[in-house]
Design a protein around this ligand. Sequence first.
Ligand code: NDP
Length: 314
Amino acid sequence: MSEKIHKTIIIGSGPAGYAAAIYAARANMEPVVFTGPEPGGQLITTTDVENYPGYPKGIGGPEMMEEFREQAERFGTVVHYEMIAKVDFNTGKDYHTIYTESDEAYHAYTIIISTGASAKYLGLESEKRLMNKGVSACAVCDGFFYKGLEVAVVGAGDTAAEEATYLAKLCPKVHMLVRRDEMRASKIMQKRVENSPNIEVYWNTETEEVLGDDKVTGVRVFNNKTNEKKDIAVEGFFVAIGHKPNTGIFKEILDMDETGYLMAEPGTTKTNVAGVFVSGDAQDKVYRQAVTAAGTGCMAALDAERYLVENELA
Ligand code: NDP
C-alpha cells in the first residue's frame, strides 16, 4: 500500500497517456502511468504508422509506442505495467484513490484518464488470423496500403460510411457489406456513399469468412434473406462496426454518453469530478487518431497542472 500522494496519475498508455506523461513530467508533476492490459494501446496491434507527423519514413506502431514511453521516462515518468480495477473519486479528501487489480491503492491529487477504446470485430477466426494481413479496423490508418486495390468495408454507421468514402478515393472498388436493408449512418453520410460510383452496397449481407492464407484474398458473404453465398475478391477487409470505450470502471462515477464515452467540459479535458481529466479515445468517437489523442493528452496535463496550482496542491 502506497501512502504517498502523487501529483498526477495517468491511467492508460496509448498516445494520449504518454503525451500527458511527457508534459506532466516536464512540468515536474512526477507522473505515474498505469499501462493497462495493452501497454502502448491500440497502436500495438498496428503495423506501419505513416500519418504521425515527425516520422517521414513511417514507423511501426509498437516501435512508435516504445519511443513515446522512452520519451516519458526520460523526464522521470514512472511506468507500472498494471491494470486499474477500481477508482474512488469521492474520498472526501483533496486527493483521489485508485486500486490496481491486486487491490493496491494509489493516491493522487489529479487523475488523467487515457484508457482509450477498442475496435469491435465480427469475432470470426479468419478475421483474427488475418489481422494486419489485410484485416484492419481503421481506413485512415491503413487505407493507403490498399491504394489501387479492391477492398470491403463491413458496417453501416457513420464510421463505415466515412471509411467507405475515404477508401473510394484510393481504391478502384469498395464493396460495402450492410447487414440490414438500411443504413444507420446519417443521411448526409449515406448520400456520400450513394454519390461514390465505385462503392457497391450489398444489402442484407453478412460475412461468413475472410478468405486467404497469409493475406486477405477475398471475403465470403451471404445474403441473410435468401441465404445465397458469394465470394468477393478483395485485398483489404475493413471492419467498421463501432468501437467500445474502455470506461467501464468509471460507470456511475463520471458523466458519459449512452455509448460509454466520457464527457469533458467543452474546450477542456475536465470531467464532472474536480481533479479528474480525460483524454484520447475514451472521450473521442469522432477523430480517433494517434495525433488527436496525443493532442488531448497534452491538454489534460496542462489542465491538471493548472488545477494543482489553483488549488495550491503543487
Ligand atoms: P455505430 O454503432 O453507429 O454503427 C455500427 C454499425 O455496424 C451499424 O450499422 C451496425 O449495424 C453495424 N454492425 C454492428 N455489428 C455488426 C456485425 N456483427 N456485422 C455487421 N454489421 C454490424 O458505430 P459507428 O462507429 O459507425 O459510430 C459510433 C458513433 O460515432 C455514432 O454516434 C456516430 O454518429 C459517431 N461518428 C461520427 C462521425 C462524424 O461525425 N464524422 C464519424 C464516425 C462516427 P446495424 O445498423 O444493423 O445495427
